[in-house]
Design a protein around this ligand. Structure first.
Ligand code: PNS
Length: 163
């Protein structure tokens, strides 16, 4: 098991300021953070995996110990392939708690050497989600307060063209 390596998995469709907050704080704790985008063939999402990865890279350009990858299938298998033992997740409001506990416990049961560490989302991002950003953008609202500055224009333009 590689020490000092953690994986921050998610959909990132698109990355929000809430995600960036967790990545920055994770990168201050762990020597190496891998941000891993789930490729779910059943749920294509709004942005392609390539777009999501490109936006993540742009938003995290100031973080030299953060790298980016994609995975499919079970997270625990991906963790094993990297030799990583720590999953990093952010917890927003209490509504996240049940599903996150379930995921952490099932992952731990399937792979006992995988631990999930939670960081509490900073209060200003407590109610922020990628789905809310998508909805705001698709209905013509300004997404710039909610996504990293470096990708705001790109997200806004892409969402405006969605049906
Ligand atoms: O950003 P999200 O959508 O909340 O991220 C959820 C994610 C990707 C971390 C989770 O759905 C996942 O790990 N999926 C991979 C499939 C898997 O391992 N499922 C078992 C978990 S109980």
């Amino acid at each position: 098991m590689k020490q000092g390596l953690c994986v921050y998995p998610g959909s990132f469709d698109p990355v929000t300021n809430g995600h960036l907050d967790i990545i920055e704080r994770g990168a201050a704790i762990f020597p190496q953070v891998v941000v891993a985008v789930l490729h779910n063939p059943v749920k294509t999402g709004c942005f392609s995996i390539e777009q999501r990865l490109a936006m993540l890279k742009k938003a995290c350009a100031h973080l030299p110990n953060v790298s980016f990858d994609r995975f499919d299938g079970l997270l625990v298998n991906y963790m094993r392939s990297l030799g990583a033992g720590v999953v990093l997740r952010g917890l927003r409001a209490v509504t996240d708690f049940e599903s996150e506990v379930q995921m952490a416990q099932l992952n731990h049961q399937m792979s006992p050497d995988v631990e999930t560490l939670f960081l509490m989302t900073s209060p200003e991002h407590a109610y922020l989600s990628s789905s809310a950003v998508r909805e705001i953008g698709m209905f013509g609202g300004d997404v710039s307060p909610f996504v990293p500055l470096s990708i705001a224009q790109e997200v806004q333009a892409a969402l405006q063209t969605k049906p």
